[in-house]
Design a protein around this ligand. Structure first.
Ligand SMILES: C[S@@+](CC[C@H](N)C(=O)[O-])C[C@H]1O[C@@H](n2cnc3c(N)ncnc32)[C@H](O)[C@@H]1O
Length: 445
């Protein structure tokens, strides 16, 4: 039995987010810095006391932590993810009906092809339009050459779950073993660059580990999962009406992070991003959470009520910008990101309703922020406010952990907002909540 939430840890302890060795199977095929730990999902699945026929949804599923964990527990799960690379990772991590003998044959053929093609000069590089998307020095020429040749050798194999595994292993190896990237939590460069890397050997080990996971968990291969590529603000066409019993999810937070940077190298390597137009197209499907993906025609803020706390918060941010004399393009957009972000979350909550069964239980993991001129954004409190406006019952807000904010020297709360849906659409109304209606505390000094 895998230990569940390490309740002995203090909220600020970073071990909250680590992948427990006993949880490794499938989760570590490919994860990103934004992933939450499987024990969090397990805790809420347990708390929700779902029966075996329940369907779990993660509308912002990232690399699939909720779906993998639900499948391990024998529960049907559905995911929605806008970023193609994360969607591919989630879909591959939850496809366990794999022919292991065919996979092994493919590995052998791919290695032979790669060895033959690898020696051809000159070294392979990204096309100029791809190169502009990848951080400078993200990967040195020789490891990049090896990854590109391996990618070409995989591409010759017939499509299907086996080939998907080979590609996901390549994405993992390219980032973890071949690149110079470091995540902590911003994407940066390792001090010691990798001039070369044993790409083929690492890839073979990774595929073998994936095959071993599939074999060990074959008893759960029939548990249904499906990951949609889509936008959580427009779910109606993706989800069956009245089909979802529970949600465990973590949407983006309103911080100044560009979420598309986290998966950039492997997105280009696997062909999901070919040029700036591709990047722009998929940024438009994201919840607006930073000033680099705000566009002129964005209107998610229109669903917010006029007296919403969020509008007041946006006015405070804009007033502080003016008082500080800040005029840069991104600073001028902070107040707009704030309303577009919460408007996008509200659109999601409204669009979701048709898919929920009455009594559905929801858990939204979100973090407070102070990225915009150090003004505290109580994300959990504000999400609870708009959820209540949208007709959900707010059951409470649990503290998951805290994170240090270097700019302010405070600890910011990461919380789980618990909601229930009883199938009653309330008129959207504007009201003000007492600050501590759902939970206690603000930034922790
Ligand atoms: C905090 S991450 C979720 C990580 C996930 N819990 C995991 O364990 O990997 C938020 C995810 O929401 C996705 N996202 C952002 N806007 C979206 C939208 N409008 N529709 C669907 N997914 C979206 C991002 O690409 C990102 O993968």
């Amino acid at each position: 039995m895998v230990p569940s939430s390490p309740s002995f840890l203090a909220p600020a302890d970073l071990r909250h987010n680590r992948l427990h060795p006993a949880d490794r199977a499938f989760h570590d095929w490919y994860r990103f810095i934004l992933s939450y730990p499987p024990h969090l999902v397990r805790d809420y699945l347990q708390q929700f006391a779902l029966d075996a026929s329940a369907v779990v949804l993660d509308p912002f599923c990232g690399t699939g932590t909720t779906l993998v964990e639900a499948k391990k527990q024998g529960l049907t799960a559905v995911g929605v993810e806008a970023v193609p690379m994360a969607h591919f990772a989630c879909a591959t991590k939850t496809q366990w009906a794999v022919d292991i003998a065919a996979l092994e044959t493919m590995v052998g053929r791919t290695l032979e092809r790669t060895a033959e093609w690898m020696v051809a000069a000159p070294l392979r590089t990204f096309a100029p339009a791809q190169q502009t998307l990848v951080m400078r020095n993200a990967i040195n020429p020789l490891p990049l050459h090896k990854c590109l040749v391996l990618g070409d050798a995989i591409a010759v194999e017939p499509p299907g779950p086996e080939r998907d595994i080979l590609n996901l292993a390549l994405a993992y190896v390219a980032v973890q073993d071949a690149s110079n990237l470091r995540f902590g939590p911003e994407v940066g460069l390792r001090r010691k660059r990798r001039e070369d890397a044993p790409v083929l050997a690492s890839w073979q080990v990774k595929v073998a580990q994936m095959a071993a996971d599939i074999t060990a968990w074959s008893h759960c291969a029939g548990v249904r999962t499906h990951c949609h590529r889509g936008d959580a603000r427009t779910l109606r066409s993706l989800l069956e009406p009245n089909s979802i019993d529970a949600i465990i999810t973590s949407p983006p937070y309103p911080n100044e992070k560009d979420y598309t940077r986290t998966t950039r190298l492997e997105s280009v390597l696997l062909g999901y991003l070919k040029n700036k137009q591709d990047l722009r197209a998929f940024k438009e499907t994201l919840i607006r959470s930073n000033s680099r993906n705000v566009y002129r025609l964005d209107d998610d803020d229109q669903v917010l009520s006029r007296q919403s706390q969020i509008r007041r918060l946006a006015r405070t941010i804009e007033a502080k910008r003016i008082a500080l004399g800040k005029t840069s393009g991104f600073e001028c957009k902070y107040h707009r990101v704030t309303t577009l972000y919460f408007g996008g979350i509200k659109r999601h909550l409204l669009d979701l309703q048709g898919a929920l069964r009455p009594g559905a239980q929801l858990a939204y993991v979100v973090g407070d922020q102070a990225s915009f001129f150090q003004i505290l954004i109580r994300t959990g409190e504000l999400l609870a406010e708009i959820a209540e406006e949208a007709g959900y019952q707010v059951k409470g807000i649990d503290l998951f952990r805290t994170r240090g904010a270097s700019a302010t020297g405070t600890q910011l709360r990461e919380e789980v907002v618990r909601l229930e849906w009883h199938g009653v659409v309330k008129q959207s109304r504007s009201f003000v909540l007492p600050h501590s209606k759902f939970s206690k505390g603000g930034a922790i000094k």
